[in-house]
Design a binder for this molecule. Sequence first.
Ligand code: THU
Length: 132
Amino acid sequence: MTNALAQVDWELLHRTAIEAMERAYAPYSNFPVGVAGLVDDGRIVSGCNVENASYGVGLCAECGMVSDLARTGGGRLMAVWCVDRSGEALMPCGRCRQLLWEHGGPECLLQTPLGVRSMSEMLPQAFGAHNL
Ligand code: THU
């Protein structure tokens, strides 16, 4: 993980995640979230949460980010930083860890309140494409 860590511009990811969070549409929870990810070709993708009057239909920030990933050419997520309104690292919800697993796999790095961790640590014994 040390090598992979050195190649990530965490400062840029953090800044991009905060910018995304500032665009969140979260009038119901008042809990804006932003996320940014580094793609294996060097692109940065991002997303914010977008809520709905039909509460259950709301989209997490990570949903927007994986849509941005697909829309801008696909690829693999190498590192991800999700933030709350204070810019503090926010742990992706269970569903969104599954999204990160799908597009980043076990090696993808995640910034957490306890430091950088791999997705294999954040979603142990994950269900994935290899199960199908
Ligand atoms: N939220 C995210 O965008 N990502 C997460 O990983 C956790 C939760 C959003 C969903 C909802 O709009 C708000 O945070 C409060 O749950």
